[in-house]
Design a protein around this ligand. Structure first.
Ligand code: FAQ
Length: 319
């Protein structure tokens, strides 16, 4: 028996070290399974809760075109949540259980969705910076060692890239408008910049999961590496737009070949992660209400499935 477990562990390690994929039916250590469930569920919840901040502007989009674009984007986020819940289900947990974990506060979702969307410019800035940060973090996850997660991420990333471009295009339009529109964009960038940097998670020396997740090749880069990549990517884009980031320490460091930047407020991050963000209570209350209001749909679908299965059994018995 012990020998068998050693053999299974050796085979698992061989697959990881040779950059192949672990698939649902493969043996995996309990810790690997738990880590994946934690991360993928948190990611799925983020996509679903992430529909709310932008959804807030659907009824007030300034034109039919902007409304259609926004509606399509918000629907895409729902799709991402569903692929990710499906990926989590391959690890042996039920989606209903994950939803309960979210609305009962037992599982997290991204800190970024606990901030309010105060102007329509926020729709553009979320597309540009939040989807931009999401892409930076998620492109390496396409090579995550767990097959269903990596494959789900490929489509998610394609759609997120499109979202990022729509955000940038919206902001370019506003920046070539009136002074009031330009001010609205800058004010929005000022509010979202630091929360966007926090999306990458705590600094590496305070990230308890990174080392093991990197060893298992679930994560491919540390939180700080990805944060740096995002800053370097965003600075030239801000110059093209004509906006600045609210960080007096942000400057090019020729020696490092990268930008130096200030420290995000990690106390604020911890507060938000603990559920004390500006909109934390509202986000979960909305999700809970949507779940409760959808109970009749789930019951109807289950009743229909049971009736169809019973009819199939009767037909096959008669044949
Ligand atoms: N917010 O040890 P680490 C999107 C927690 S999708 C809240 O570094 P790890 C699309 C972490 O869970 C955005 N909690 O953790 C969209 C852990 O707590 P635990 C979501 C956070 O897992 C765009 C503790 O802190 N993306 O935006 C956060 O190795 C627009 C210690 O941290 C993903 O989920 C945070 N920001 O690294 C939708 C990507 N950061 O569980 C709508 C996949 C950390 O031990 C509109 N996830 N924590 O109690 C990941 O890459 C990783 O999970 C990290 C965190 C990098 C987020």
């Amino acid at each position: 028996m012990t020998e068998t477990i050693i053999e299974l562990e050796t085979e698992f390690e061989r697959i990881i070290q040779s950059d192949q994929r672990i698939e649902p039916r493969d043996w995996m250590p309990d810790g690997y399974r738990k880590t994946l469930i934690r991360q993928i569920a948190q990611h799925a919840h983020s996509e679903i809760i992430g529909m709310q901040p932008e959804g807030n502007w659907l009824t007030r989009a300034p034109s039919l075109r902007r409304k259609a674009i926004l509606m399509a984007k918000v629907q895409d986020e729902a799709g991402h949540g569903l692929y990710l819940y499906s990926a989590t289900e391959t690890l042996g947990v039920d989606r209903a259980e994950l939803t309960d974990n979210l609305i009962e506060g037992r599982q997290k979702y991204s800190s970024i969705f606990n901030y309010p969307t105060l102007s329509f410019a926020d729709v553009g800035v979320i597309g540009w910076l939040v989807d931009g940060a999401a892409i930076c973090n998620q492109v390496p996850l396409c090579r995550s060692s767990y097959g269903p997660y990596g494959r789900a991420m490929i489509r998610v990333c394609k759609e997120e890239s499109f979202h990022q471009r729509q955000g940038f295009e919206l902001l370019m339009t506003m920046m070539s408008g009136t002074q009031a529109q330009r001010d609205m964009v800058q004010e929005s960038v000022n509010r979202w910049w630091w929360p966007a940097l926090m999306m990458f998670g705590p600094p590496d020396d305070r990230s308890p999961n990174s080392a093991q997740s990197m060893a298992w090749r679930i994560k491919r880069h540390t939180n700080d590496e990805l944060r740096q990549r995002f800053v370097d990517m965003s600075v030239p884009q801000a110059e093209i737009l004509g906006v600045t980031f609210p960080d007096p320490d942000l400057r090019w460091n020729a020696e490092r070949g990268a930008h130096d930047f200030g420290e995000p407020d990690w106390d604020e991050f911890m507060q938000v992660v603990k559920g004390n963000g500006a909109t934390s209570v509202e986000r979960i209350a909305n999700r809970r209400a949507a779940h409760e209001n959808g109970a009749w749909v789930r019951e109807a679908a289950a009743a229909f499935a049971a009736r169809t299965a019973a009819a199939d059994t009767t037909t096959s018995e008669q044949e």
